[in-house]
Ligand binder design. Structure first.
Ligand SMILES: [Mg+2]
Length: 442
C-alpha cells in the first residue's frame, strides 16, 4: 500500500492567528517601562500595572501559559504599531525586537518545510543541471525527483514533525519512543529515506535499543559512510523546546542523533545547529559563535574548525552540496546566517543543488528563526507581513491544525514542563495525537 500522504492542502493565510483577540488595547503610558522583561508573565503583569487594563482573569504563572503567550504577543504587536504610528512609546523600536520567540519558533518549522518542499524536486541535481533545466528555482513544482505533487515535503519535515509530536506527548524528548516512531514511519513506506537511516532503523527493528542502533550502523558502515545529514535535518524542534538550557539542548540533540547517526560529527553537528537556533531565539547577533563556544569540549575538531570559518572565511563558490553532515551544515549555515531574507537563503541553498531539500530545510530553520514567521504585526486592518512568500505557504502540503497558535506554543513549553513539575496535560496529549494522525501515523 502506498504511504498515506501525511499532509493535505488547505492552509488559508487570509485568516491569521489571534483574530479573536483583536479588540484594541490601551496604549497610554510609558511603554519603555515594559522593557526589558524576562518572561511573558512579567510583560503581561507589568502592562496590566501600567494601563490598569486586565488582560488575564487570574494571571498566574502556571495557570495558562497559552493565554500568557497570546496576550504578550498582543502587547508587542500593539506596541509595534504604536511605534510606527505616532511614536508614543518614546523610543525607536528595532524591528528585530518585535519578533517574538513564538514567531521565531513558528518560523523554524515553516522555514524547514519551505526549504524541503522547494528542494525536493531538484534533489540530486547539480547546480548547473538545475540552471539548464529550470533556470533559478523559486517556486514549488511537481514531479521531478521523487515524482510528487508541488509543495510536497519529504523525510526532513516529516521526521521533524514526529519529533514535535514526541516532545508534546512526553513533555520532554523521549528517545525510546522516538526510535519506535522512526520504525513506524519507515514501515509506512515513505518515498525518501537516507541509507544511514535505513541501516539504523533495521537495527531497531531487530531489537537493538535506541542508544545503540546508530553505533551499530557506524560500526558496520564505517566513518566514511555514516556521517550524513539525516539527523541534522530533523533535529530543530529540540531548539524550540529547550532554548534556555544549553546543556540539556546539547544532550538531547546528541541523543536524538545517535538513534540513527552516531558519528560525533553528526551528534555534535545537531548540537551546533540547535545551539545556533536557540541563540537566535534568545536574540543573539552572533549565534554561531555562541553555539561553538557552548559546544562541549569533546566535539570533534573537524566540526569546529569547519564551522568556525562560517560565514566570513567562506567563499560562496566553495560551498559544497553533498549529504555529508559538515558540507550540509556549512552551506546551510552560510546561507541561513548571511542572506538578507528568508526567501533568498532558501532559494540560494536549493539552487546550489545536490542534497537540495535537506540543505534548503536546514537553511530554512535558521532564517525562520532569524526573521520569524512574520505575523507579528498582524491585526484586522493589517495583512500578515509574512516572511515566507505566499506562493510557498499557500502551496505547502503541510496542514497541521493550529500549529501557529497551538502546537508551537505547546512546544515552547514542553521542555519546561517536567522541570516545573507539571504533568503532561490532556491538552498536550490531545494535540499530540492529532499531530501524529496528521503526519501519517495510524
Ligand atoms: Mg529529504
Amino acid at each position: 500500500m502506498p504511504p498515506e500522504n501525511p499532509f493535505t492542502k488547505g492552509n488559508n493565510y487570509d485568516h491569521a492567528p489571534y483574530s479573536d483577540l483583536d479588540k484594541p488595547l490601551p496604549t497610554e503610558g510609558h511603554f519603555y517601562e515594559l522593557h526589558p522583561f524576562k518572561s511573558d508573565y512579567e510583560l503581561v503583569t507589568r502592562y496590566t500595572d501600567l494601563t490598569g487594563f486586565d488582560l488575564l482573569e487570574t494571571p498566574s504563572e502556571h495557570q495558562s501559559s497559552r493565554q500568557l503567550s497570546l496576550q504578550a504577543e498582543r502587547i508587542r504587536r500593539t506596541w509595534g504599531l504604536e511605534a510606527t504610528a505616532d511614536n508614543t512609546i518614546g523610543r525607536d523600536v528595532d524591528d528585530q525586537e518585535l519578533i517574538t520567540r513564538l514567531d521565531r519558533s513558528i518560523g523554524i518549522i515553516l522555514g524547514l518545510a519551505c526549504g524541503d518542499a522547494l528542494g525536493r524536486p531538484v534533489e540530486f541535481m547539480s547546480s548547473s543541471e538545475i540552471e539548464a533545466e529550470h533556470g533559478t528555482v523559486t517556486k514549488f513544482f511537481g514531479d521531478g525527483s521523487h515524482n510528487q505533487p508541488a509543495g510536497t515535503v519529504t523525510d526532513d519535515t516529516n521526521l521533524a514533525l514526529y519529533l514535535v509530536a514526541n516532545l508534546l506527548a512526553h513533555g520532554e524528548f523521549n528517545a525510546a519512543r522516538y526510535a519506535e516512531q522512526l520504525v513506524e514511519w519507515f514501515e509506512s513506506d515513505p518515498f525518501d529515506v537516507g541509507v544511514t537511516t535505513i541501516s539504523s532503523i533495521t537495527w531497531l527493528q531487530n531489537g537493538v535499543p535506541a542508544s545503540e542502533a546508530g553505533h551499530k550502523t557506524l560500526e558496520s558502515r564505517g566513518a566514511n559512510n555514516a556521517a550524513g545529514n539525516g539527523s541534522v535535518m530533523r533535529c530543530a524542534p529540540l531548539a524550540i523546546a529547550y532554548p534556555d538550557d544549553q546543556q540539556m539542548l546539547q544532550e538531547m540533540s546528541r541523543k536524538s542523533s545517535e538513534i540513527t547517526h552516531a558519528d560525533p560529527r553528526c551528534t555534535h553537528g545537531c548540537a551546533v545547529l540547535n545551539l545556533t537556533l536557540a541563540a537566535i531565539l534568545n536574540g543573539s547577533e552572533e549565534p554561531l559563535q555562541v553555539a561553538l563556544t557552548a559546544l562541549s569540549d569533546d566535539a570533534p575538531a573537524e566540526l569546529v574548525e569547519r564551522l568556525e570559518r562560517v560565514p566570513d572565511e567562506v567563499s560562496e563558490d566553495d560551498l559544497e552540496n553533498s549529504g555529508f553532515v559538515l558540507d550540509t551544515l556549512e552551506t546551510a549555515l552560510y546561507y541561513g546566517l548571511t542572506a538578507d531574507s528568508a526567501e533568498d537563503a532558501i532559494v540560494s541553498a536549493v539552487n546550489n543543488g545536490g542534497d537540495a531539500d535537506t540543505i534548503g530545510a536546514v537553511a530554512g530553520t535558521i532564517v525562520g528563526a532569524r526573521f520569524g514567521a512574520g505575523w507579528r504585526l498582524y491585526r484586522v486592518d493589517h495583512k500578515p507581513d509574512s516572511t515566507f512568500p505566499a506562493r510557498w505557504l499557500n502551496d505547502l502540503r503541510m496542514d497541521i491544525d493550529s500549529y501557529e497558535d497551538y502546537i508551537i506554543p505547546d512546544l515552547l513549553e514542553a521542555g519546561q514542563l517536567t522541570e516545573r513539575g507539571i504533568k503532561t496535560g490532556s491538552k498536550i496529549a490531545r494535540q499530540s495525537r492529532k499531530l501524529a494522525r496528521n503526519s501519517g501515523r495510524a
